[in-house]
Design a protein around this ligand. Structure first.
Ligand code: BGC
Length: 759
């Protein structure tokens, strides 16, 4: 079987990265260094503790410093600032026997101090240059603060919105996920990792972490190899193809073996099939957690991890405490330890740390390169391009900057929540709330009134859990009735109501799964009361996941989904609300009607009993008694302040052979009165296969700009490569037959045509 896997995978886009010096020099250097290392020092390199008790100026006295001196630490993470990092690095390069520098990691997930939208939001831009730019700025800021390694990109495909970490990835589609992974790695690493403003990427969580059963975090994952190869693995491979320097193992099990001990994943797929040359770090205490998974004691699970292909142990110290014993008992090999140690040293070499361990410790950079005007401007622009206009009845949006506007909702004045989950380096006090953003953009052109209107949620304990990590919601002793009265009072004085509702930042992210994916009831009640006033209501929706908003879609005239837009979110929201920016984001996940439809994704199989299009229920078809099979919003969906008309699809041929090329062309016209951007999407259906094939799969997209009234022709070039999939022998190939080519502005509304492609 394995031989087939090895031949199965192609690495068409694999690209070598520049590492400052050639690999021969690196090998000789590491060879020479490793000759001097004791077994303990080698094992020490595999150890990645958290930053512990380090205080600036006191690093030398910390517990960690003792270990560093003894050569028991390979790197540290979640420590920031040049002063602290220099202090600790000094201990390593001046006081340890071999003076090996440390690598400094951090969760720089969607920006550093300048925070960009959460990754799910970024993905909705469908703009790879924009995504790369966000990662480039993040790398510049992080490296100016001493950091040389980020635990990003997170590229786990997720089809279950109950899973809180859906916020951290690029949505449900493997093709798009592949492109995003590449863009992020390119942004972080640039073309020379040894430059002091590039940082090493770490793609995570390898693998299939997003397929946790029932959307409950850390839960079991189980799927066929076909599904892995065709639907889940591609984004990780995208990062590897782009030259990501490291990979993080995931917490979940795969085929009954936790990923962290899974040799099939870590060695067969990652190294043998994809040709990955970097190092693999575990997720936080993932080795130790294998004890609870039921894989054995600490010594056993540590040996399992090393033997599977793990190089670095995050936090748990299983390697540090047990590998020597395991070597003596023949449970691991010297070659295994050497290989892991070599990969860590190579990473440090690639980062240029052996040339200059203080490469990322330039005192002056932080002052000018972090959270500067240019970066904030970029964050504002990028955020506005990620928002998705879900509904806009009678062109209620954009609003005019006149009259009296009331801004109501628990997320209206919640600046700490704007950066979203995983904004470790953000300074919340500098983030911009919706209220502040609107005030600035409106100036004195319109009167702006504000009221909180409701609690985040009626349940105060839930509210506390949803307000962790310095993002609390205060009740200020007010009752829900008082809050509502205040809101209705200002609503009655206004021409239009903007309701800032939805999830708080910590309602998604790690360990933030929900079994109810609706807007919390307290806010729904507020929204209903606001609608009752008869005033026009615009809902600006905060969320880190697809929400079930069927009722809202039916009853609220305008809905702008703003995710968590980052440090400049408030300004970006104002820019879009008042039409200074025309929204162009498109969803990268399917939005279900209710949680019972989950998992729901556009690229599903047809089944033997599909429900006819436009139908709700038919007995003995694949459907529900109580809800149609439709989503509220399909994958790829998003409106604009203008309208785009698609011509019929034109194909260069309807009968092709072998390696011929097909061109699919549409003309798109901006039929409205505003300039705007449109994401033109290409989908293909392989009608008959040796295994069942999805009803459609994204195979290309182009984001275009059209002036009002302008038309543009968009062409997609399709080759047999685009028709390939993994068959039941896991061979990556295409099969002749009929294909339906579809082009449209979302996955549902497409123009289509058929072709026949023979071998
Ligand atoms: C998360 C990772 C993260 C790591 C280090 C873990 O709990 O799963 O995504 O990189 O912590 O902070």
């Amino acid at each position: 079987m394995l031989a087939q896997f090895v031949t199965a995978q192609t690495t068409p886009d694999a690209k070598p990265i520049t590492i400052g010096s050639d690999s021969y020099r690196m090998k000789s250097f590491v060879d020479a260094l490793m000759k001097k290392m004791t077994l303990d020092e080698k094992i020490g390199q595999l150890n990645l503790p958290g930053s512990g008790d380090i205080v600036t100026g006191q690093a030398g006295n910390s517990d960690i410093a003792k270990k560093i001196r003894e050569g028991k630490v390979g790197g540290l993470f979640n420590i920031k600032s040049v002063a602290k990092i220099r202090d600790v690095q000094k201990v390593a390069v001046e006081q340890s026997r071999l003076k090996i520098p440390l690598i400094f990691g951090m969760d720089v997930i969607h920006g550093y101090q300048t925070v960009f939208p959460i990754p799910l939001g970024l993905s909705c831009s469908w703009d790879m240059q924009l995504i790369e730019r966000s990662a480039r700025i993040a790398a510049t800021e992080a490296s100016a603060d001493g950091i040389c390694w980020t635990f990003s990109p997170m590229v786990d495909i997720a089809r279950d919105p109950r899973w809180g970490r859906i916020a951290e990835g690029g949505g449900e589609d493997p093709y798009l996920g592949y492109q995003i992974a590449k863009a992020m790695v390119n942004g972080y690493q640039g073309n020379d990792l040894s430059k002091n403003n590039t940082i090493m990427a770490c793609v995570k969580h390898y693998a299939m972490y997003g397929a946790a059963e029932a959307g409950r975090d850390y839960n079991t994952t189980d799927m066929s190899r076909l599904r892995m190869y065709n639907e889940y693995l591609l984004p990780y491979k995208g990062a590897v193809d782009a030259g990501a320097g490291s990979v993080m193992s995931s917490f979940n099990e795969v085929d009954g073996v936790p990923a962290t001990a899974n040799k099939f994943l870590m060695t067969d797929v990652l190294r043998k099939q994809w040709g990955f040359k970097g190092f693999v770090v575990t997720d936080y205490t993932a080795i130790n957690e294998m004890i609870d998974h039921g894989m054995g004691d600490l010594q056993t699970v540590s040996a399992l991890a090393l033997n599977a292909g793990i190089d670095m142990d995050m936090v748990g110290e299983g390697f540090l405490k047990t590998l020597k014993k395991s070597l003596q008992e023949g449970k691991v090999t010297q070659e295994g330890i050497d290989a892991a140690c070599r990969r860590i040293l190579e990473a440090k070499y690639k980062l240029g740390l052996f040339d200059d361990p203080y490469r990322y410790c330039d005192d002056n950079r932080a002052k000018t390169e972090i959270f500067n005007d240019a970066n904030r401007k970029a964050a504002r622009e990028i955020a506005a391009d990620c928002f998705v206009l879900l509904k806009n009845q009678n062109n209620l949006l954009p609003l005019k900057k006149t009259g009296t506007i009331s801004l109501i909702g628990p997320l209206a004045d919640a600046k700490e929540n704007m950066p979203g989950t995983w904004s470790v380096a953000a300074d919340f006090s500098k983030a911009t709330s919706v209220l502040a953003g609107l005030k600035e953009v409106l100036g004195n052109k319109a009167k702006l009134l504000y009221a909180k209107g409701s609690f985040l949620d009626y349940d105060s304990l839930f509210e506390q859990r949803a307000g962790m990590f310095g993002k609390p919601f205060h009740r200020d002793g007010k009752t829900k009735e008082q809050l509502l009265t205040e809101a209705l009072n200002i609503a009655s004085q206004s021409d239009v109501i903007i309701a800032a509702l939805g999830e708080s930042a910590e309602m998604t992210g790690e360990s933030s799964s929900r079994s109810n994916i609706e807007i919390p009831q307290a806010q729904k009640d507020l929204l209903a009361a606001l609608l009752k006033t008869g005033k026009p209501v615009v809902l600006i929706l905060f969320t880190g996941r697809p929400l079930a908003i069927k009722w809202e879609n039916e009853n609220v005239p305008a809905i702008l989904n703003v995710w968590f837009g980052g440090s400049e979110a408030g300004f970006a929201i104002a820019d879009v609300l008042f039409g200074d920016v025309n929204p162009s984001g498109k969803l990268t996940t399917t939005w279900p009607q209710n949680v019972g439809q989950v998992p729901m994704y556009y690229n599903h199989k047809n089944t033997g009993r599909p429900l006819g299009e436009g139908r709700w229920f038919a007995k003995f078809r694949s459907n529900y008694l109580d809800v149609s099979n439709d989503p509220v919003y399909p994958f790829g969906y998003g409106l604009s302040y203008t309208n785009f008309n698609y011509s019929d699809l034109r194909l260069s041929s309807t009968s092709l052979k072998g390696s011929q090329t097909l061109t699919a062309t549409v003309t798109i016209t901006n039929a409205g009165s505003k300039d705007g951007k449109e994401v033109v999407q290409l989908y293909i259906r392989d009608v008959v296969g040796s295994i069942t094939r999805p009803v459609k799969e994204l195979k290309g997209f182009q984001k275009i700009f059209l002036k009002a009234g302008e038309s543009k022709t968009v062409s997609f070039t399709i080759t047999p490569n685009d028709l390939k999939f993994y068959n039941s022998n896991l061979k990556y190939d295409w099969e002749p037959g009929e294909f339906i080519i579809m082009v449209g502005g979302n996955s549902r509304d497409v123009k289509s045509a058929k072709v026949n492609w023979s071998k």
